[in-house]
Design a protein around this ligand. Structure first.
Ligand code: GLN
Length: 424
């Protein structure tokens, strides 16, 4: 893989002058202490390399098709309408707050007040930022399951929280009860739950969520839950932890338009939480972005009125893509961990003989013409993820077919022996 600073100025040599004449040297890169251990996001790096090598991009998780026209048309209509192009109300246009509350009621059975418990944000990422900045203090302990979407770790670093990692391991990435119990203590301020889970495709079971809930209640901890893949379920059911006994009052439930409506570039998301928690996240939100694009909020109002058939269709289409990719990756020689939700699949690449995920993905992009994500950066210990690779199947049939074809031609297992399931 390219270095994360590819294309960026390099650190200046110490003298910076020669014979009294200033030598032109690029400035030293600067970053705050809280963020100095981080690099350019792996998604940005991989998409950059996919473009450079003209690889089919099964890396970054964005669909290569767009969401429905009726949603776009509602946004276009709003742009053309005087009065729908100035700042929106900070916590959302009233129609959208109501539409989100109505959809949440349909999905979870919970009644929430659109005015005091729903906050519209600029994507789920901003909902997460606002929640963490608005409800955590430096030094607070937060439990995070690994592998994790990289943004979580970096937002927690921005807040100055102390992360306690609990690792989910193949083949089923189930919650390790003993480790989770050990991670919780009276110092735990919150746990971050992402179900369905990126990158593993795991859907947290009721039993697992009940365990998490009981530990939150016992330790008086909050739950922050990212449910952006809630409509992409192939097996089991999506359960919002907020619906479990004693949890609503301590949970922030976050979601967005991105995955459900194939509009990742719109960046319209939301956070649902009881008034006392919404208060803190709203204070942070009003200083992060203040408000979210007004015409796109009108588009979101239209989207959330989609008939139930829309969601059935969406899940069926993704199941078809998932089945196709899983079956073909297996026949190519990967050991595949079949996802129960999301639009990602994790596979073990070790049959192909590469040292680690970075080396494998480098080969895949440059020599095979397919991009994927090396997931070792999603772990506390990179070695836990070095035998894995993540593919995204939110791509049209033709892209998936061509990617499979390229891998069938250019990837050959070096042995039929696959590694064991435990991380090493
Ligand atoms: N959530 C997307 C993924 O996992 C990427 C989002 C991003 O690039 N920030 O691929």
């Amino acid at each position: 893989m390219a270095s994360s600073t590819e294309g960026a100025p390099q650190t200046v040599a110490s003298d910076g002058k020669s014979n009294g004449v200033a030598v032109e040297t690029p400035p030293t890169l600067q970053v705050s202490k809280r963020l100095e251990k981080f690099q350019t996001s792996i998604f940005t790096q991989t998409t950059g390399l996919a473009i450079k090598y003209q690889a089919l991009n099964l890396g970054q998780g964005f669909p290569d098709f767009d969401g429905p026209d009726f949603i776009k048309e509602a946004a276009i209509e709003a742009i053309k309408t005087v009065g729908k192009n100035q700042y929106a109300r900070g916590y959302g246009i009233p129609d959208l707050n109501r539409a989100i509350a109505a959809r949440f009621k349909k999905d979870s059975g919970l009644d929430v007040d659109p005015e005091t418990e729903v906050t519209v944000t600029t994507g789920c990422t901003e909902a997460l930022s606002a929640t963490m900045l608005g409800l955590l203090n430096p030094g607070d302990e937060v439990i995070l399951f690994a592998p994790f979407f990289d943004v979580y770790e970096q937002l927690l670093a921005m807040v100055g929280a102390t992360i306690k990692f609990v690792t989910l391991r193949p083949p089923d990435f189930s919650v390790p009860e003993k480790e989770l119990r050990e991670a919780f203590s009276s110092k735990t301020r919150a746990i971050l739950v992402n179900t369905p889970h990126n990158p593993t495709g795991k859907v947290f079971s009721r039993k697992e969520l009940e365990l998490i809930a009981s530990l939150c209640i016992k330790n008086n901890a909050l739950a922050f839950t990212d449910e952006v893949y809630s409509k992409l379920i192939f097996r089991g059911e999506h359960i919002s932890i907020a619906t479990l006994d004693g949890m609503y009052e301590r949970t922030v439930t976050m979601n967005s338009m991105a995955k459900t409506f194939s509009l990742t570039g719109w960046k319209v998301g939301w956070a649902i939480a009881p008034p006392q928690l919404s208060w803190g996240l709203r204070i942070a939100h009003s200083n992060l972005t203040f408000s979210t694009s007004t015409p796109l909020q009108w588009g979101a109002v239209a989207a959330l009125q989609a008939p139930d058939a829309y969601y059935v269709d969406l899940a069926q289409n993704y199941k078809r893509r998932k089945d196709y990719l899983v079956e073909n990756l297996s026949s190519i020689g990967f050991k595949v961990y079949e996802p129960h939700g999301t639009y990602f699949v994790m596979a073990d690449h070790t049959p192909f003989g590469f040292d680690d995920d970075t080396a494998f993905v480098g080969h895949l992009i440059k020599n095979v013409g397919v991009a994927a994500i090396p997931p070792s950066g999603f772990y506390e210990n990179a070695s836990d993820g070095k035998h894995l690779v993540r593919f995204a199947f939110c791509k049209d049939d033709e892209t998936l077919r061509k990617a499979v074809e390229r891998m069938k031609i250019h990837l050959k297992p070096t042995s039929l022996k696959s590694t064991n399931d435990s991380a090493n």
